[in-house]
Design a protein around this ligand. Structure first.
Ligand SMILES: NC(=O)c1ccc[n+]([C@@H]2O[C@H](COP(=O)([O-])OP(=O)(O)OC[C@H]3O[C@@H](n4cnc5c(N)ncnc54)[C@H](OP(=O)(O)O)[C@@H]3O)[C@@H](O)[C@H]2O)c1
Length: 402
């Protein structure tokens, strides 16, 4: 019998984390949970630990550690608790771990990712912020290791799957043969709207995604198209391709998850019904494929049509801002990401309007003096600067002018 793969899930209480646990449940003969981590959702984390018989837990919010301790004290399983940022790193580097799923929202996933790579683990990467802010560091650490980085974002998983057919080629040869990548975007709830219509959209409208069921932050990013901007940056690092050769098309049915175009004019695409269980499963099973009872089979006849349109970059400037951030490079993508996080939070708190999310990010990027990214510290400093500058710019945006 095959040895079960031991899985560590950082962000197990979130949308991706919960889907990953569903995948583990479906494949209990091949997978087992070793460790789980969350920020503060003590109730769900404890429940998951009991159900999946986790051996390690980590909670980043140390003020809730006592509560977690009390909840798990009666479990008749050996359970070790860790906490804070160090807890995430300890879980990501557990000797017995085979796969580390990074599914934390924000840049808290960066250091555990680097630590797991250093220990030659397989990293299943869902958190797009990790490559957006630390692409240079992560890809260079990967080159010096025996680790594997398997994308879990559905678009990047699609490209990764399309490239597998070519995996026997030398990577240099491969990059010469791939002429472009096309990321598909659902268009979010406001596809086809103009800027004036977007002026007064509510939080509830922005959270109503037409095809994907995801966490709050990424759902709003889909509505502004920042999600696609972050994915363009992620793709640039993962597949070592010039940003000029990364295209985005709106595909409202979310059936084609992305495409690779080769130099001879052939395009390969990956198609499936929209569900995160497939890319998560593939990151666990790769290079094999395992059955996926959670995915509704694709019925092209029933779907009838797949449609495609250009992105309206005037109304959704998040795409051109992403391009600018990668062209200028250095710390600018860090600023793009951090300013967007602040702006989304202000929108959730109903302090700024929907269109002001992009306006705020643009202002903060314009103020930034780009620095090289040569260490985690340089990333953290730029991140901190962007958050402070975003607070200042938000005040200016909110100050009425005559
Ligand atoms: N949702 C999707 O379909 C999807 C698809 C592709 C990529 N992604 C990416 O995957 C990541 C997770 O997205 P999501 O939608 O699953 O987010 P989510 O539902 O908001 O969940 C976030 C998870 O991260 C945990 N977390 C946040 N900060 C943490 C910290 N400092 N230490 C430890 N845990 C922390 C949360 O714990 P608590 O519950 O305790 O707060 C929760 O488990 C994001 O980067 C997103 O862009 C998501």
């Amino acid at each position: 019998m095959l040895k079960k793969k031991k899985i560590v899930i950082l962000g197990s209480t979130g949308s991706v984390g919960q889907s990953a646990l569903e995948v583990v449940k479906q494949h209990q003969d091949k997978l087992e949970v070793l460790a789980l981590a969350a920020n503060s959702n003590v109730d769900l984390l404890a429940q998951q630990a009991q159900e999946f018989k986790a051996r390690y837990l980590s909670l980043s919010d140390t003020t809730k550690l006592e509560g977690l301790n009390a909840k798990v004290a009666n479990f008749n399983q050996e359970l070790q608790l860790r906490s804070g940022e160090q807890g995430l790193i300890e879980l990501a580097t557990l000797e017995e771990a085979d796969i580390i799923l990074i599914a934390i929202v924000g840049i808290a996933g960066l250091e555990p990712t680097l630590a797991a790579i250093e220990q030659d683990k397989r990293v299943a990467l869902a958190s797009k912020e990790v490559l957006v802010v630390g692409g240079e560091l992560v890809m260079s650490a990967l080159k010096d290791s025996q680790a594997e980085l398997i994308p879990v974002d559905s678009e990047h998983s699609a490209i990764f799957q399309c490239l597998q057919l070519e995996s026997e080629l030398e990577s240099d040869n491969l990059s010469r043969q791939v002429s472009s990548l096309t990321l598909t975007a659902s268009g979010g709830p406001f596809f086809g709207w103009n800027s004036a219509q977007l002026e007064n959209v509510t939080l509830a409208q922005a959270l109503k995604h037409p095809t994907w069921d995801m966490g709050q932050k990424i759902t709003i990013d889909s509505a502004t198209m920042f999600n696609k901007g972050l994915e363009m940056i992620e793709a640039k690092w993962l597949f070592d391709i010039d940003i000029a050769n990364i295209n985005v098309v709106v595909h409202p049915q979310s059936i084609i998850h992305s495409m690779v175009e080769y130099c001879d004019g052939s395009s390969l695409a990956q198609l499936s019904m929209p569900s995160m269980t497939l890319p998560i499963l593939y990151a666990f099973s790769y290079p094999q494929r395992w059955e996926n009872c959670q995915n509704t089979p694709l019925n092209l006849v029933q779907l009838q049509q797949l449609t495609f349109e250009d992105v309206d970059e005037q109304t959704f400037p998040a795409i051109s801002l992403a391009r600018k951030s990668i062209e200028q490079g250095g710390t600018l993508p860090v600023v793009y990401n951090a300013a967007n996080e602040v702006a989304v939070e202000l929108f959730i708190q109903k302090e700024i309007g929907f269109n002001q999310i992009t306006a705020l990010v643009q202002q903060v990027m314009n103020q930034h003096q780009v620095q090289p990214v040569d260490s985690i510290d340089s990333i953290l400093q730029a991140d901190q600067w962007a958050r402070e500058q975003s607070a200042i710019e938000a005040q200016l945006l909110l100050t009425p002018t005559d």
